[in-house]
Design a protein. Structure first.
Length: 124
């Protein structure tokens, strides 16, 4: 049996960080929750995929996406549905998708699970 994929979750907000961590676990993956850029950089090389919360004060979400994409780690970003400029910047930096908070609030485990399943051949 293959090991569960490791997903680094970068989120400085305690509530969203906990929610994303729990959703990753419910999707069958092993979450690593980090809250700042230094911790993210330290864990990035060991991750099969990452989820970046774009609405943060402790780090630059777009820079984090760029760092992950630069080493080939797939990125799913989450942010405000109405911040179109930030969503465009995240996609340009290398995020595969940028989802609204509401989407992950409503069906996070299924959404994350489907994303990870689509990555499975590339991530392992």
């Amino acid at each position: 049996m293959a090991a569960a994929p490791v997903v680094a979750v970068l989120a400085d907000d305690l509530i969203w960080g906990t929610r994303l961590r729990d959703q990753v676990r419910a999707a069958g993956a092993e979450p690593i929750h980090v809250r700042d850029a230094a911790a993210f950089q330290a864990r990035l090389a060991g991750a099969d995929a990452v989820i970046v919360d774009l609405t943060a004060r402790a780090y630059d979400g777009v820079a984090a996406i760029r760092a992950a994409a630069a080493i080939g780690v797939p990125v799913l970003a989450v942010g405000q549905h109405d911040d179109l400029e930030l969503r465009k910047r995240a996609l340009a930096a290398g995020a595969a998708r940028v989802l609204a908070y509401r989407k992950l609030f409503e069906d996070g485990p299924a959404t994350i699970g489907a994303w990870l399943a689509a990555l499975a051949p590339a991530a392992r």
